[in-house]
Write a protein of this length. Structure first.
Length: 156
């Protein structure tokens, strides 16, 4: 599972000109689901999203987590985070999970964040979406479950 996190002052996602999700201050999270990802990865990445200290404290230092800050999340599924560009000029997406496997995990991430008390807006899975944002900083972080340690005994 991969996530690109952008600290934003505002973000929205539209489908066919209609805004389907929007937030003010918080995070835009582009979420990619790969083969073999499962519920343990939701817990792992979800906790990291909630606990990343990327919001400024009173002294201007990034010492505040999303939960402490009270910001919202705009969650947008993004299979292209699994693009393979190792050969040729056209990206391949064989490492991205099939839509039927990925959609429930995107929904599970949304539910995980909501259960933690975060306001979550989202895109529309599988739709051609236009994402607009004002990146605050700019501040952009890449998370990859392959580089994070799962709790003992937890594999998908």
């Amino acid at each position: 599972m991969r996530a690109v996190i952008q600290r934003v002052t505002q973000a929205s996602v539209s489908v066919h000109g209609e805004v389907v999700g929007a937030i003010g201050d918080g995070m835009l999270v582009l979420l990619g689901i790969g083969h073999g990802d499962g519920p343990a990865h939701i817990q792992q990445l979800g906790r990291k999203i909630l606990e990343l200290r990327i919001f400024d404290d009173a002294s201007g230092k990034p010492n505040i987590s999303l939960q402490e800050h009270g910001g919202a999340v705009l969650l947008v599924s993004q299979f292209t985070l699994y693009a393979d560009v190792s050969r040729g000029r056209r990206p391949g997406y064989a490492h991205a999970a099939a839509p039927g496997d990925a959609a429930p995990l995107v929904d599970a991430m949304s539910a995980f964040l909501r259960e933690a008390g975060v306001t979550v807006a989202s895109g529309r899975f599988g739709a051609e979406m236009q994402v607009s944002l004002v990146n605050d900083g700019p501040y952009t972080i890449l998370l990859d479950s392959d580089t994070l340690t799962l709790p003992a005994g937890k594999m998908s």
